[in-house]
Design a protein around this ligand. Structure first.
Ligand SMILES: [Ca+2]
Ligand SMILES: [Ca+2]
Ligand SMILES: [Ca+2]
Length: 484
């Protein structure tokens, strides 16, 4: 068992949690709201208990998939490129990226049905619509401003699990789930397809002016507005040696190669997003990276809720187009002086520090010293990636409050599916790291479906016939102190 050597002080003062706000990244910016198939909703990165030598990543797209949504169900867009990025040096530039592109086939164009009753597999003609995908692994080398990319197709023709229409159409949906789990040549395990949305939040309360139903939170009774809803997920389990900076496995939490930064993005062809003003076109040219010629990034997601509630409306679309290495320069000031702290004070008088929030910058954008800060750079730049120390062993019992709850294997050291990032971030913005410990929360403590103990970990999608979206209410319980 690998052991984390960490100073107790780092666990309390400097240590701790990260971003701000509520609601992860569903419909978080005006532009991407008009383009849901390209909209990143959540990114997770953790070390799974059953795969200690691998980086496990889950990235979700398409917010608020109501399961009963026929006849044209939710799916990937063939015209987009879906990305998972890994930065193993801490500069906010990708070192290894995985590019997913999908191709949709309609077997019988004379039928209006997505699938005929009793469809039993990907090759069954009764499954009328099939989405398959390829994966390209991109490796980057940097020489000053010059970038060279080595791109290699590592998989093609893999099936994506279809939308779970209902038990008459898919009497055995598990066949599709199991059939969508693949191990490719380099030992990487992959899954793509529809899943239950693993994020849980009382959105109704949060965005009605932070109208928390039960102040100060943490006593249950919140309504999980994403309960009963689905999303589209890519899940990967990548052997450590394929993502670390020295191409070796991680020997322990103190190893120089232990920390990786993870985020996801979506790109569209430049023609599809143009028609813009000269100023915008100039911006696009500047944002353009030579190795992605002809494509432009339209969405990105590292830590939950950054674009949702830290970045102001006027900058949200720009945030989606830019890369993490420019975060400090472009958005640092919004983190140091978060609007949310002022709002919380105005609403609830909780005495949250409103200025000079370097505690948040450290935890969220730089990494926690001796835990998930990249080794080998003094004063690491502030970049919005999920920083995970791959040498920290998974917790035997997970604490939903992660690091502020004393569980260093959780958020913001990576992000697990069950981490209650809404409660954590509310408490951190309120000043948890500055000794202002307010037991804030949205009253929703967990996902509506249990997660799986094995790959792909996210729960099966809700089926359309039996669906009841947005109805689960967390049972009431005794107050929980700040940090859990
Ligand atoms: Ca890098
Ligand atoms: Ca859910
Ligand atoms: Ca919560």
């Amino acid at each position: 068992m690998r052991k984390l050597l960490i100073a107790p002080a780092a666990l309390t003062a400097a240590a701790i949690a990260a971003t701000l706000g509520f609601g992860s990244s569903h419909r978080e910016a005006p532009g991407i709201t008009l383009d849901p198939t390209a909209d990143n909703t959540d990114t997770y990165a953790w070390t799974a208990k059953d795969a200690p030598g691998a980086l496990t990543v889950a990235a979700d797209w398409i917010p608020g998939e109501v399961p009963a949504n026929g006849p044209n169900f939710f799916g990937w867009d063939d015209r987009a490129r879906y990305y998972i990025h890994v930065d193993n040096t801490g500069d906010g530039r990708p070192d290894v990226s995985y590019r997913y592109q999908f191709k949709t086939t309609v077997k019988n164009k004379e039928s209006f049905l997505y699938a005929l009753p009793g469809a039993s597999g990907y090759d069954d003609p009764k499954l009328n619509v099939v989405q398959r995908y390829s994966i390209v692994r991109e490796k980057y080398r940097y020489n000053g401003k010059k970038v060279s990319v080595h791109a290699k197709t590592i998989a093609r023709g893999l099936p994506s699990a279809p939308p779970n229409i209902g038990p008459k159409t898919f009497p055995n949906y598990k066949v599709f789930e199991d059939g969508a789990v693949k191990t490719i040549g380099d030992g990487t395990k992959v899954f793509a397809g529809q899943r239950d949305d693993p994020f849980f939040v009382d959105l109704g309360a949060t965005f009605d002016g932070i109208n928390i139903r039960q102040l100060t939170g943490n006593q249950g009774q919140g309504k999980d507005d994403l309960s009963g809803m689905n999303t589209h997920s890519i899940v990967m389990q990548i052997p450590e040696r394929l993502v670390t900076k020295d191409h070796k496995s991680v020997s322990g939490a103190n190893a120089g190669n232990a920390v990786v930064g993870v985020w996801s993005t979506t790109e569209r062809r430049r023609l599809q997003v143009n028609g813009a003003s000269a100023a915008k076109r100039k911006h696009h040219r500047k944002a353009k990276r030579s190795y992605h010629d002809g494509w432009v990034q339209v969405s990105r997601l590292g830590n939950p809720l950054v674009n949702e509630v830290v970045i102001p409306l006027g900058k949200k679309d720009q945030f989606n187009r830019t890369t993490p290495d420019r975060d400090a320069e472009l958005y640092g000031k919004y983190v140091v002086k978060p609007e949310l702290a002022a709002i919380l004070n105005a609403l609830f008088d909780i005495k949250a520090p409103e200025n000079d929030r370097t505690d948040i910058v450290l935890a969220l954008l730089q990494g926690i010293p001796m835990l998930n800060q990249h080794a080998g750079i003094d004063g690491p730049p502030a970049v919005d990636t999920i920083k995970l120390n791959l040498g920290v062993p998974p917790a035997d019992t997970e604490d939903r409050f992660g690091v502020i709850g004393g569980d260093t294997a959780g958020f913001p050291n990576g992000r697990r599916l069950g981490d209650d990032v809404v409660d954590i971030e509310l408490q951190v913005v309120a000043g948890f790291l500055k000794d202002n410990k307010v037991p804030l929360g949205d009253g929703v403590d967990q996902n509506d479906k249990p997660f799986l103990s094995t790959f792909p970990y996210l729960a099966s999608p809700h089926d359309g016939f039996n669906s009841a979206p947005s109805t689960r209410v967390e049972p009431g319980h005794a107050p929980v102190p700040a940090g859990g």
